[in-house]
Ligand binder design. Structure first.
Ligand code: KIV
Ligand code: ZN
Length: 533
């Protein structure tokens, strides 16, 4: 596989021309804010989306897919705001093949420094027949019409064949060729249902390079879902076959089992450059920070053994491994923690640690918080240090995550007083601030958690069903902070909320409030029927 450099491409975001399969540069297209947000429960508000987009740009993402503008007014606003603020990355919006979708998408991205319209339609027999109820001829015409229309509005158009990996080859070649002829400059081949296996998916990409006569006029991209746990392997295999854009998400967030995880793609290419001689523009030291920000905002906890960003990814538990590590880090470590932005120091903080040390600790952990959040987190850190002898990194991460989630919430926690124990009835007195107005309620319940949630319901009436209530300890010991996850469902929409505090009931209240705030954001969204991507 050659890695020869060629001259700069039209996107202007790369040093080499990724259109060419001989280029070594792989474009990183991040869809955390679009496909990632489609994970049940992973909704984000405008401010949160902007925060993530800014970090993605800072870490070197080439293309940020900011949302699906026609899906709701909230999505439209988010894409437009991100388009207005991002300066170096391309900002992309998704749209189906209809003119109204494409027009709305263009309206949202048109002021970006580098706008992109990403339009798609299904091409597999199953999708065309049952989902679209269109003939292949009609779909082919829709490809030409949609790309032509998008290209009349925007110089940078990406076209995707949804369910591409299950599309008949002749039809796939025909639609790809027509999309390029109509002006698409990126052709994305999704493995929408995560069905492909690496060898097969690589062969599909090679087949396109062999059979589509104008394929050299576009970058071939891949978008792999993780239903069989093969999204990253399929994406890397496709790059080996000539693809030069990978669509991925932070922490592998996305529909169902998620998308290819950006951190895994980037670190695999970096660590195994000997076998995969390709580069990305990603500053890998930002990976931990991005992972934590996305996890904190969405409430999706990263599994401890998750590659690259799990809390155990660089931990060595067994004596044999620890001994080996002390003798030579290379014995059990194929990449350094620093390369993904994990600090080396294990400085444990306590009640005497000052504001400066706290700020330095946050920096080392990959957090960059504004002054207000810093003041509030420092106050909470001091409070925690009064109640807990030693503060570990995990405590600070939980505290900051909790603070990030609170930023722009309409319902804010003020205080909680609970009567628990075996004599009953258990009761809770909860104080909140709702849209700036102070209120309180005192209720009983079947246990202190139930009483607390009843108090919330009394102040914020709702019909949401509690699907999950989960408590875990952030560290060891009886004074450990509790981290609570609450999942609510209302009218088919699910949201996750998280809260952390040394008091399990306070953490529970915070988690429920977090989920309720997300539900309020969701209620404001009105998605059109049969929206699918
Ligand atoms: O999974 C998929 O096919 C998609 C497309 C819209 C790119 O998300
Ligand atoms: Zn997808």
């Amino acid at each position: 596989m050659s890695a020869a450099k060629v001259t700069a491409g039209k996107t202007g975001t790369t040093e080499t021309n990724p259109k060419s399969p001989t280029s070594s540069r792989v474009v990183i297209f991040d869809t955390t804010l679009r496909d990632g947000e489609q994970s049940p429960g992973a909704s984000m508000n405008l401010e949160e989306k902007i925060k993530i987009a800014q970090l993605l740009e800072e870490m070197g993402v080439d293309v940020i897919e900011a949302g699906f503008p026609i899906a709701s007014n909230g999505d439209f606003e988010a894409v437009r705001e991100i388009a207005n603020r991002i300066t170096t990355a391309s900002v992309c919006g998704l749209s189906r093949a209809g003119r109204a979708d494409i027009d709305r998408c263009w309206e949202a991205v048109q002021h970006a420094k580098r706008p992109r319209i990403h339009t798609f339609i299904s091409t597999s027999p199953l999708h065309m027949k049952f989902k679209l109820q269109m003939t292949p001829e009609q779909v082919h015409q829709a490809v030409i019409d949609s790309v032509t229309h998008a290209r009349n509005l925007c110089p940078d158009v990406e076209w995707s064949c949804e369910d591409g990996s299950r599309t008949e080859h002749d039809f796939l070649c025909r639609t790809v060729e027509s999309a390029i002829k109509a002006g698409a400059r990126t052709i994305n081949i999704p493995d929408t249902v995560g069905y492909a296996v690496p060898e097969e998916f690589a062969a599909l990409i090679r087949m396109l390079f062999n059979r589509v006569p104008n394929i050299d006029q576009a970058i071939v991209s891949v978008h792999c879902h993780n239903d069989l746990g093969l999204a990253v392997a399929n994406s890397l295999a496709a790059v080996g076959a000539g693809a030069r854009q990978i669509e991925c998400t932070v922490n592998g967030l996305g529909e169902r089992a998620g998308n290819a995880a950006m951190e895994e793609i980037v670190m695999a290419l970096r660590t195994r450059h000997d076998r995969m001689p390709f580069t990305t523009g990603i500053k890998s030291e930002y990976i931990t920070r991005a992972s934590r920000l996305v996890s904190a905002i969405t409430g999706f906890v990263v599994q401890p053994n998750k590659a690259i960003v799990g809390t155990n990814a660089f931990a060595h538990e067994s004596g044999i491994h620890q001994d080996g590590m002390l003798k030579h880090a290379g014995t059990y470590e194929i990449m350094t923690p620093e390369s993904v932005g994990l600090g080396k120091s294990t400085l444990v903080m306590g009640k005497h640690s000052g504001r400066h040390a706290f700020k330095m600790k946050l920096k080392e952990l990959g957090f960059d918080v504004g002054d207000n959040a810093l003041n509030e987190s420092f106050r909470r850190f001091k409070d925690l240090a009064d109640r807990k002898k030693e503060i570990y990194d995990e405590d600070i991460i939980a505290l900051i995550d909790d603070e990030i989630q609170r930023g722009s919430e309409r319902i804010k926690f003020v205080s909680l007083q609970v009567i628990a124990g075996s004599r009953g009835p258990q009761s809770a007195e909860l104080e909140l601030e709702i849209d700036g107005v102070h209120c309180s309620a005192k209720t009983t319940g079947n246990g202190p958690v139930d009483a607390t949630f009843n108090a919330l319901k009394a102040m914020v009436p709702h019909e949401a069903k509690l699907l999950l209530y989960q408590v875990s300890a952030v560290t060891q010991g009886t004074d450990a902070q509790a981290e609570v996850t609450v999942r609510l469902e209302e009218n088919g929409k699910t949201v996750n909320g998280q809260g952390a505090d040394p008091d399990t009931l306070v953490a529970s209240a915070r988690a429920y409030i977090h989920a309720l705030n997300k539900l309020l954001t969701k209620r404001a969204k009105t998605a059109p029927a049969a929206m699918s991507a």
